[in-house]
Design a protein around this ligand. Structure first.
Ligand SMILES: [Fe+2]
Length: 177
């Protein structure tokens, strides 16, 4: 349900290109179809299972990181204008999709969110790449998803990949990861 996804993640509307915007929403909808989690679970699930008693929800994390990315882009744009090398649409789409694979990495058991068997084998950057690829997202966005986490440490990131990676880790490290 794209409308439900847009109400959970309104920042998807920040993507100006209509095709990219609808593919971003479609990737979330397809991910929820494959997930064992409900939309209510998505609304309440914790940002990470790596930190106990985390008081930030997953949705808050995704939205906050995206807003930090937009704030960074605004500063860069104001400072550098035409020399700003970061593409805003690719950055926003990448930010909204970096963690889409978490709805496959997490499942619910006895009322608790736990790592799924799928998640033990394929952490969310990998399933995220698969989900984005399936919906025909551009490689520039898939790259941001692929390169955002620890698995890509040492790899070369695009400008959008650099901004998202740092914004993501600001939030992750502040929460205590
Ligand atoms: Fe992530």
């Amino acid at each position: 349900m794209p409308d439900e996804i847009l109400s959970i993640f309104p920042e998807i509307n920040e993507i100006k290109d209509a095709t990219l915007r609808s593919k971003t929403a479609a990737t979330w909808t397809a991910a929820m179809k494959r997930s064992t989690l409900s939309y209510d679970d998505l609304r309440t699930m914790p940002f990470t299972l790596l930190v106990s008693n985390v008081n930030v929800t997953f949705v808050e994390h995704v939205r906050t990181v995206c807003k930090m990315c937009i704030a960074c882009w605004d500063v860069l744009q104001k400072a550098y204008g035409d020399r700003n090398v970061v593409d805003r649409d690719i950055l926003v789409a990448g930010a909204m999709l970096a963690d889409v694979g978490k709805v496959l990495e997490f499942t619910k058991k006895d009322g608790q969110f736990v790592k799924s068997e799928h998640g033990r084998l394929l952490r969310h950057p990998f399933s995220g790449v698969g989900l984005c690829w399936e919906q025909g997202l551009p490689e520039s966005v898939i790259h941001v998803v692929a390169m955002h986490s620890k698995e890509a440490a040492g790899g070369k990131r695009t400008p959008e990949g650099i901004v998202l990676h740092h914004a993501d880790f600001i939030d992750f490290e502040l929460v205590g990861g």
